[in-house]
Structures are given as structure tokens and as C-alpha cells.
Design a protein around this ligand. Structure first.
Ligand code: AMP
Length: 431
């Protein structure tokens, strides 16, 4: 049959066979986040475009090329608001923190979001989608580098608890409003005479977002990047201290890391700490983030330090598969109820029995339609159920059902016993 409709390019269905990976990841990540004192938050998929325009900043790829932005339908006055599908997780969380007065709570406020959809009009390729999902954390209201180290350690623990090996962490400090301007000036001086040899994107970055010059992936620009002045050499006293303390705390958390003076982040609002994780030889990041002490102010709040990360769920699952990590399999049914005759009365009894078992919390299956008892037994075996519960008119009239063990030790398998319906739950649960 020809397929009439397909999911959009860069958008994916997450089919049942994939779900065990997602559940495993979500269980591990939320467990670790809560272990570190983070509480869950979810914010809307749509925000006013201004929330992202003002925070992500002009000249970033996200704002320039990747946002899904459209005009809303007109309100009663005929005004239309520009809306954007969430292109990153942090701005919405900070907006919610300000809107709901979370700054009145004891600080820092530590929040996480789980498998949150993110939309970017990227060029689709392996590991890069137009809709992907992120697990992210944000800690607002404290600039202590111990908060930075804790957050990085949290993400590292998620990766290790998933069983991932060969995880690399890179960190850097990109300074703050005191020291970064001098560095940017130096960087511009360095690039000015080289500009006509740079790629088109770098020409634009030079004007709008010079720090991102260091992020260019074009082969022609790599030698220039390697020889460029490094921001770590320009950090002011407080930024230097913060960065040193971060590294010290990371050693206390026993999180191995490398300093990468070229690491910058795609968004304008980052200050000081930036970090990125990858697995093995894979160039695609498994997660990354940084400190954004200026962001709350941009959104109209009081100056509020903050730090956060986003980790791509699809990328993490991809790394798990590459490393042969399999999630716990989905739970098999405990019971599969088979009806031995195809009469409406018996079917009623079977549906009633299935309902009772499910209400008692026992995972139960039955077959539907007009299948023979033999075909139903085949289904029962294929389902992986531990027991088949055979219900026949004569048996019921005599006050019992037959329970056949399908999965168990060699002694138990194929064992068939007669059980009174009122004792069935106890029998199936081993009581
Ligand atoms: P970013 O907000 O760009 O730092 O992204 C955070 C994390 O999300 C990255 O480290 C990746 O793991 C993941 N990610 C970013 N963009 C994509 C994408 N287009 N497709 C899949 N995963 C992505």
C-alpha cells in the first residue's frame, strides 16, 4: 500500500519499540536530578517570539535561521502576536521563574525539565533533527561555582548511570561583562586583517557575535581559530577565581574534564562557565550548557545569576545503542485469558475476569474477535505471559478456571491446575 502521508523531514515518530530506551533514560535522569535536589518544571511549547529574540540574541544561528516563528490568529482588537515554537529550554524557564515570583523562594531554585520538545529549522542529518527532545536543568539565584560543579556532576552521573562509557567533558569560561568586551576587541583586531579569507558566516559573526567565530566548523577557518587569542587569558579577577573554584569542585566531585579555551556556546546570554559533553569519537554533543547571569535582567527581572544545560535525548539514546546498552525490557503480561468456546455469555465472563485482574494491578491480556482456542493459545505464548487462564463454560459451571504456566522453571512449565475464580488473584501473584 503506498504511504500517503509521512512525518515531516527532521520530525520523527517515537514508536513502541523505541519507548523502553526513552523510559529508561527518563527514569535515570529524573532520579538523578531529584537526588541533587532539582524539581520538575514544564513550560509551554509556544512563547511570544520576544522571549527568545531578546535572550538568544541577534546573530545567533537559532534566531537568524532556525526559529519556527509565525503570527497568531488576530485577537478581538485585530492584533496579532508573533509566536515561536520553543527553540531552547532556558528562556521559558527563566520567564516562568520571574512570572511566578520563584525568586521569593529560598535560592537557588533548582529545576529540571524532561524530554521537552525543541524545534529548530536545522538541516536534518543523523543526530540532528528539526524536532528533538531535551532533558535540562536550570539553577537560578546563586552564582556560587559549587552550583556549576554540582550541575555538571549531575549530568555526568546521568550518563554514567545509563552505562555510557568514554564520556568527555570540556569546560571553559567566557568571562562576563567586565572582561569579555576587552577580549572581543582583541578578537576583532586579530580577525580584521583575516576577514576576506573567512567563510560568509564568519563575516557575519565578526559583526554580530564575534565569540562565535571560534565555533566555526569550516575547514578553511580552523587554523585561524587555533591561533586566535584565548578568552581564558583575558579573564578578570572574579571570573578567574570563579573558574578556578569550579575546577576545584569538579575534582571533589571526581568528574574528569578538559579545558577547551575555544569552547563557546551558541547563545548570547552565557557568562563565565560553559561546558559540553560528548561520547567517544562522536563530534555531536550529548549535552551542554553554561552560566547565564545576565538572562533574567534581559527578561525584565532583577539581576539573577543562573546556570543550566540541555541534553539531547535522541543523541543520548543513539550513544547508548552505539555502545550496546540495552534498556530493561517492557514488562510482559502476567496472565493471558483464553476463552474455550465462542459464546457471548462466556465472552462476558472473560471480559469480567480480565477487568478484575487489571483492577487488581495484574498485567493481563486477552484476544479479541472470533479466534479458536488454539489460535488464542498461540497468542498467549507469543505475548510472553507467565500464565494462560483458560475459561470454558463447563469449568465455570463447576466453579473453576484452568491456569497453565507458560513461562517458568522446567518443572513448572506446562503445569496446569484448576483454580477457583475467587482464588485466582492470589494464585497469579504467588500469594
Ligand atoms: P544546545 O541548546 O544547542 O546546546 O543543545 C543542547 C543539546 O541538545 C545538545 O548538546 C544536543 O545533545 C541536543 N541537540 C541540539 N540540537 C539538536 C538537534 N538539532 N537534533 C538533535 N539533538 C540536538
Amino acid at each position: 500500500m503506498p504511504v500517503l502521508y509521512r512525518a515531516l523531514q527532521g520530525f520523527s515518530d517515537i514508536l513502541p519499540e523505541e519507548q523502553p530506551y526513552w523510559r529508561f533514560f527518563e527514569n535515570v535522569a529524573s532520579h538523578v536530578a531529584e537526588l541533587y535536589g532539582y524539581q520538575r518544571i514544564e513550560t509551554p511549547t509556544l512563547e511570544e517570539t520576544a522571549v527568545y529574540l531578546r535572550t538568544a540574541g541577534a546573530g545567533t544561528d537559532i534566531v537568524e535561521k532556525e526559529m519556527y516563528t509565525f503570527e497568531d490568529r488576530a485577537d478581538k482588537e485585530g492584533n496579532r502576536t508573533s509566536l515561536t515554537l520553543r527553540p531552547e529550554g532556558t528562556a521559558g524557564v527563566v520567564r516562568a521563574y520571574l512570572e511566578h515570583g520563584l525568586f521569593k523562594l529560598p535560592q537557588p531554585v533548582k529545576l529540571y525539565y524532561m524530554s521537552t520538545p525543541i524545534f529548530r529549522h536545522d538541516k536534518p542529518q543523523a543526530g540532528r533533527y528539526r524536532e528533538h527532545h531535551q532533558f535540562g536543568c536550570e539553577a537560578l539565584g546563586d552564582s556560587d561555582p559549587a552550583v556549576d560543579a554540582e550541575m555538571i556532576s549531575l549530568l555526568y552521573q546521568v550518563y554514567t548511570e545509563l552505562g555510557l562509557r568514554d564520556i568527555h567533558l570540556q569546560i571553559n569560561s567566557i568571562g562576563d561583562q567586565n572582561c569579555r568586551p576587552q577580549y572581543i576587541e582583541r578578537l576583532r583586531e586579530y580577525y580584521r586583517p583575516l576577514l576576506n579569507e573567512c567563510c560568509d558566516d564568519c563575516q557575519m559573526r565578526f559583526e554580530k557575535n564575534p565569540l562565535r567565530l571560534l565555533d566555526c566548523k569550516e575547514p578553511q577557518d580552523q587554523a585561524k581559530i587555533a591561533a586566535a587569542p584565548k578568552i581564558v587569558d583575558f579573564l578578570c579577577g572574579p571570573c578567574r577565581e570563579h573558574f578556578d573554584a569550579l575546577q576545584h569542585y569538579l575534582t571533589l566531585y571526581e568528574v574528569p574534564c578538559t579545558l577547551n579555551p575555544l569552547l563557546v556556546r551558541g547563545l548570547d546570554y552565557y557568562t563565565r562557565t560553559v561546558f559540553e559533553f560528548a561520547a567517544g569519537e562522536d563530534k555531536l554533543a550529548l549535552g551542554g550548557g553554561g552560566r547565564y547571569d545576565g538572562l533574567a535582567e534581559i527578561l525584565g527581572g532583577n539581576p539573577t545569576p543562573g546556570i543550566g544545560f540541555g541534553a539531547g535525548v535522541e543523541r543520548i539514546i543513539r550513544a547508548m545503542k552505539r555502545q550496546g546498552i540495552t534498556p530493561p525490557p517492557p514488562e510482559k503480561p502476567c496472565a493471558f485469558v483464553v476463552y474455550l468456546a465462542r459464546t457471548p455469555e462466556l465472552k462476558d465472563e472473560v471480559v469480567k475476569l480480565v477487568a478484575q485482574l487489571r483492577h487488581a494491578g495484574i498485567k493481563t491480556e486477552m484476544s479479541y474477535g472470533d479466534r479458536s482456542a488454539k489460535a488464542q493459545m498461540k497468542q498467549a505464548n507469543a505475548s510472553g505471559a507467565t500464565y494462560a487462564v483458560l475459561v470454558g463454560a463447563n469449568e465455570l459451571a463447576n466453579g473453576f478456571v484452568s491456569v497453565r504456566t507458560l513461562q517458568g522453571t522446567i518443572d513448572e512449565e506446562h503445569k496446569q491446575v484448576e483454580v477457583k475464580p475467587e482464588n485466582l488473584i492470589a494464585y497469579l501473584t504467588g500469594g
